[in-house]
Design a protein around this ligand. Structure first.
Ligand code: ADP
Ligand code: MG
Length: 505
């Protein structure tokens, strides 16, 4: 399979026409001999001609000539490129030109996929080597034998482009979106840092990438986005290789630094210290740190207070799961991006049934489209029901805090009111603690939400219970208590596993 650099959501169908952007003046060398529908062939020619006109001869010569191939398939356009650098450049500089050309020729936007094409890669490499050899000969330097061309590196995992334009807003994420737009327009003007938190699959990474994309497209500012895990690994690598200066310079000179999944720094004091120093270099007009995390700043476990106090000094925004109407609009937008617009009744049905994160919605949509393609049936509410029936079985079941409290109190022979009270007798406090631990594990609720719900307890109480049980599980500690009939003993781990099992039933 050829390496795919970036894939618009959805698969391209049968390839139907190709135009190779050739050398020299003849930009439109058409790949003859293919069984192509004449109409599509001419459309593709018009597309390439239009694009060439819009881009201008000089840039065309540098970026397209001999370096790209255009293929049109039933439901999208693919662009073969000589290497990743070229595809990145095309995406960041000519995406709008390409979209406009598609609209003009095909009357609609087409999903565009880039992939490294081995023959283009080899040709570009051979040209570069020939150019180098010629220059060396002119200078009288001995020319080393040309190395064998290596096959292209496999491209990184494909993913759709995350932009602010394709982020759908609703009451659940309006504040996060507004903050992202401000960060992308005037970084550091309104706040520093920006801290975005929320459950899994709610759009944190999308917003971070969207800000970076907008900043890069506009140019003028240096911006970088990496995960806290990458930051950690690079820091450790730099320490080992004695190149800390290079590592520090790389990020501290940035205007905007975005770190995704910052909760990853939990329990890593060395990297936290390093990040604190990096952070301290930022602030003020044009300089901004953006962070994304699955918990609120004060709820990240095992993280220095000095970092937490810096995180909360700027703007902290929470992304919530989307409501029904937003879910419907997200589905509508994603379906259009996949070039598979869906009828309103199907959109409403899916939005009503799939209540989880945006990632869950994407999963349901992909499944529905695959169902329709495999069964060769149009997308109707009935087909949607079928595909979702299956989806509901595979999707993780949402567990409520109420369910957890009831299971824990029944197990310890106490009541839910006991759990909410301040009473400290042994089975009650055990039931309260395991409820907190399992609520954190099985629901998307924050420490503060759990505490609030459980009789107005402070988030630190919940945090302390979770930490205590984590240690108990790790050390194989036993829990002892007496219920109405007997004295009981179980390891912390077995006790939690038993309750989890009961909750799932
Ligand atoms: P997180 O980082 O919060 O776990 P992601 O940013 O990776 O979540 O989002 C998961 C998926 O959902 C991505 O494909 C993203 O494009 C999509 N997504 C999330 N929120 C939105 C939104 N508001 N509009 C459009 N797509 C969204
Ligand atoms: Mg993410």
């Amino acid at each position: 399979m050829r390496p795919v650099v970036e894939q618009a959501v959805g698969r391209l169908g049968r390839r139907s026409a190709i135009v190779r952007v050739g050398n020299g003046n003849h930009a439109l060398r058409q790949a003859r001999g293919l069984s192509v529908a004449p109409l599509q062939d001419t459309q593709l020619e018009s597309l390439v001609a239009g694009l060439r006109g819009a881009v201008g001869a000089q840039r065309w010569g540098v970026w397209f000539d001999g370096a790209t191939d255009f293929h049109v398939a039933e439901d999208g356009l693919t662009v073969g490129v000589a290497n990743l650098f070229i595809s990145d450049y095309l995406k960041s500089h000519f995406a709008d030109h390409l979209a406009a050309a598609c609209l003009k020729v095909f009357g609609r936007a087409l999903p565009v996929t880039y992939h490294v094409q081995p023959d283009l890669f080899q040709r570009r490499r051979a040209e570069n080597l020939a150019g180098e050899a010629e220059a060396m000969e002119r200078l009288g330097v001995a020319v080393p034998p040309a190395p064998k061309p290596r096959p292209p590196r496999p491209a990184p995992e494909s993913r759709p482009l995350f932009t602010l334009e394709n982020f759908v807003t609703g009451p659940c994420n309006q504040m996060g979106y507004a903050a992202a737009v401000s960060a992308a327009t005037a970084p550091g003007r309104d706040f520093h840092p920006l801290f975005i938190h929320g459950g899994c699959g709610l759009g944190k990474t999308h917003l971070l990438q969207g800000i970076l994309y907008a900043l890069r497209r506009r140019g003028g500012l240096e911006a970088a986005c990496l995960s806290a895990e990458q930051f950690t690994n690079q820091y450790i690598g730099a320490m080992k290789s004695g190149s800390l200066d290079v590592f520090r310079y790389r990020y501290r000179r940035m205007d905007v630094l975005a770190i995704d999944d910052i909760h990853f720094l939990s329990g890593k004091p060395g990297t936290q210290e390093e990040f604190l120093h990096t952070f301290n270099e930022f602030g003020g007009q044009g300089r901004l740190v953006i962070l994304a995390s699955d918990s609120a700043p004060r709820e990240i476990e095992a993280i220095q207070d000095r970092l937490v106090s810096r995180f909360v000094a700027g703007l902290v925004v929470k992304l919530l799961p989307p409501d029904t109407d937003t879910r419907r609009r997200i589905l509508e937008a994603k379906a259009v991006q996949m070039a598979r617009p869906l009828p309103p009744d199907v959109l409403a049905l899916v939005a009503d049934r799939v209540k989880g994160s945006v990632r869950d919605l994407e999963g349901a949509l992909t499944r529905l489209i695959a169902f329709s393609a495999l069964l060769k049936q149009p997308v109707t509410p009935e087909l949607a029901r079928q595909s979702l029936a299956d989806f509901a079985i595979t999707a993780p079941r949402q567990t409520g805090l109420g369910e957890i409290e009831e299971t824990a109190s029944a197990f310890f022979g106490v009541t839910v009111t006991d759990i909410h009270s301040a009473r400290k007798s042994q089975p009650i406090s055990l039931a309260r603690q395991v409820t907190m631990v399992l609520a954190r594990e099985l629901t998307a609720l924050s420490f503060a939400d759990i505490g609030r719900h459980m009789g107005g307890k402070n988030h630190t109480t919940v945090l302390a219970a979770c930490k205590k049980w984590q240690t108990m599980v790790r050390s194989g500690a036993e829990v002892r208590w007496s219920d109405r009939t007997d004295r009981r003993t179980m390891t912390a781990e077995a006790l939690l596993a038993h309750l989890r099992e009961r909750i799932r039933r």
